[in-house]
Design a protein around this ligand. Structure first.
Ligand code: ATP
Ligand code: MG
Length: 241
């Protein structure tokens, strides 16, 4: 097990976003996280990465409670993420964007080594021909790829993906799913993935947890989740599944 969250609660003013949520992530798995809009999925990622601290509960990452750590400390411990709304530095090139992650996490590399490391990640995500392109000039799929390269460049042990498929066409989705599988197989990075595209997350995830109104309502194999009456009632019945 790489991460265990116990009794996580988080509210915003009077609104309860997460209520006593328990879950764990096994090393080497792709864990899916689904649920309706506003269920608290992104809030879980924000709590795991130190953007918010939970009001209750703790988060054990590789044997250490990280629930009070700040985002850069959690990044150094080995958790990286992509954002639902991409967050690249728009006036910087793709190369410079990835170098930001590399410089912070590999201080001992020479400048040439840092550059070749950055290019390696850009190639991996399919941006080999956009190394010098400014991030703002990338297409949506290009921005998503850059987001992934930036996250990978910090050498995570656990990667959190927040709706990496939204807005992509069928071919782009297929390519993104292939990349996610390769990230696990080639780099050995465990993945926790939030997605609304049911066909993809059901196919790629080994296990799925379901959130509704800030509470975990189900957990299990994709085929069991797809047939779970409470999940269908709360979410799948009206989704694009
Ligand atoms: N910074 C914030 N301030 C106030 N309310 C917030 C904040 N962040 C999240 N919320 C609220 O917490 C609840 C959970 O939001 P969250 O973004 O985690 O949902 P989600 O499951 O990711 O939804 P979606 O599928 O639409 O991305 C929502 O009601 C949201 O409005
Ligand atoms: Mg969200």
């Amino acid at each position: 097990m790489i991460l265990k969250a116990t009794g996580i609660s988080k509210s915003f003013g009077g609104l309860i976003a997460l209520k006593n949520v328990d879950f764990h992530i096994n090393s080497g798995e792709i864990l899916g996280l689904i649920g309706p809009n506003g269920a608290g999925k992104t809030t879980i990622f924000n709590v795991l990465t130190g953007i918010y601290h939970p009001e209750q509960g703790n988060i054990d990452f590789n044997g250490e409670d990280i629930s009070k750590y700040r985002p850069f400390e959690i990044c150094h411990k080995g958790i990286a993420r992509t954002f639902q709304v991409t967050r690249a530095f728009l006036d910087m090139s793709c190369l410079e964007n990835v170098l930001v992650g590399i410089i912070g996490n590999n201080p001992n590399l020479s400048p040439a080594e840092k550059k070749s490391e950055a290019i390696k990640y850009l190639e991996f995500v399919g941006l080999k021909n956009s190394v010098d392109t400014q991030a703002k000039n990338l297409t949506l799929v290009g921005k998503k790829r850059l987001e992934l390269a930036r996250a990978l460049s910090t050498h995570p042990k656990l990667l959190l993906l927040d709706e990496v498929l939204s807005g992509l066409n069928t071919t782009e989705m297929r390519e993104a799913c292939d990349l996610i599988n390769i990230i696990l197989d080639k780099f050995g990075i465990t993945i926790f993935w939030v997605e609304h595209v049911m066909s993809a997350i059901m196919e790629v995830s080994g296990r799925i947890i379901v959130l509704d109104h800030g509470e975990k309502i189900a957990e299990g194999l994709p085929k069991d989740i797809a047939n779970n009456a409470e999940v269908i009632e709360a979410y799948l019945g009206e989704s694009d599944a």
